[in-house]
Design a binder for this molecule. Structure first.
Ligand SMILES: Nc1ncnc2c1ncn2[C@@H]1O[C@H](COP(=O)(O)OP(=O)(O)OP(=O)(O)O)[C@@H](O)[C@H]1O
Length: 322
């Protein structure tokens, strides 16, 4: 089982800093460099997409051995931050250190030392579950025999043993999540980064996954999960960071961040954005749309499509040209 998988990697200490922030943008000043003692240490991370600042000078320390939840509203910058922290997306500026090693000075080494759960559309789904896991292990430098033994342990731990020889394209959404998580664990990384790991997973499998992750943390591993499910984060995580508009609004242990309240209520206070229920009359049994005359649109005589005339779909001569 997972406990039997030995640690492969030991880590050196390296520090460095990226180039300065983009012109015209001033993230919050940062007094200290990354913390080499942390599992993941981020300083003044910035990413912008043209006018949009996705990550706005974000700094965060994630302690070794923590089960760390990253929460934030849609578009807060969680995925962009995690992609930059795990070597998948080049930051505009800022620095990231994983277990004392600067990520961007040797990005391939950084990638080998962590387990990042891929999205289901990022895996080779024409392989069987067993083949995918062995392949993932060998990509990280493992010998085939060892990768194969671990793959079988993982398939059984994740209740996928009976689907070991089934092509991943034939897996359900929940099975897909589990095989993705297994690919992130095969090389026994000391840091696991998981984006919404429990989405689509049934309650029994979810409880098993939580047990596996809790055991992994109890042996000194660090887990970072991004999630929108506050109850799950409150129950499972030791720490949490609330991210909004590309910055950390609050971070610390669950108790510190919740500050005596329900974590979800605290989250809503921190990120704001709640508004009175929208008044959409047609959702509340408002008047039925009035009948309008219809006439053919431009798709040609054989199309058989008719639409009411309007400013969005003006009637034209039926030439079919736009
Ligand atoms: N490739 C891209 N090009 C342009 N804008 C992007 C790109 N990727 C992300 N963004 C923008 O950056 C912001 C942060 O996106 P990100 O995906 O990091 O948010 P998130 O917190 O993970 O959101 P969610 O919870 O919805 O997954 C959003 O406004 C998003 O539209």
């Amino acid at each position: 089982m997972i406990r039997a998988i030995p640690t492969l990697m030991k880590y050196a200490l390296i520090m460095s800093t990226y180039q300065t922030a983009p012109a015209g943008f001033d993230p919050a000043p940062v007094a200290t460099g990354p913390n080499p003692q942390a599992a993941l240490s981020i300083r003044a991370l910035v990413k912008r997409y043209e006018a949009k600042i996705a990550v706005n000078g974000l700094s965060l320390d994630i302690p070794v051995g923590s089960f760390y939840g990253l929460v934030g509203p849609n578009g807060a910058g969680k995925t962009t931050t995690l992609n930059m922290a795990t070597g998948l997306l080049v930051p505009d500026s800022g620095s990231v250190m994983i277990l004392g090693r600067d990520v961007w000075s040797d990005v391939n080494q950084a990638k080998r030392s962590i387990g990042v759960m891929p999205q289901s559309n990022q895996i080779f789904d024409r392989l069987t579950g067993l083949q995918l896991l062995v392949y993932s292990g060998m990509l990280r430098g493992m010998k085939r025999q060892e990768a194969s033994a671990r793959a079988k342990d993982l398939l059984s731990a994740f209740d996928l043993a009976s689907a070991a020889d089934t092509m991943v394209s034939g897996y359900s959404a929940g099975m897909n999540k589990k095989i993705c998580l297994a690919t992130a664990m095969i090389h026994s990384p000391r840091l696991l980064v998981l984006d919404e790991p429990f989405e689509s997973v049934d309650p029994v499998s979810s409880a098993n996954l939580k047990d596996i992750l809790a055991e992994y943390v109890s042996t000194g591993g660090t887990v970072i999960v991004s999630s929108h499910v506050m109850a799950l984060v409150e129950k499972m995580c030791t720490h949490v960071a609330v991210i909004n508009q590309g910055q950390v609004r609050a971070d610390g242990t669950i108790t510190q961040v919740a500050a005596g309240e329900d974590l979800e209520d605290r989250f809503l206070q921190l990120v704001g954005g709640r508004h009175a229920a929208a008044q959409i009359s047609w959702l509340n049994g408002g008047p039925a749309p009035s009948a309008q005359p219809v006439q053919p649109i431009a798709a040609g005589p054989q199309s058989g499509i008719t639409m009411p005339p309007s400013s969005e779909f003006p009637a034209n001569s039926g030439s079919g040209q736009q």
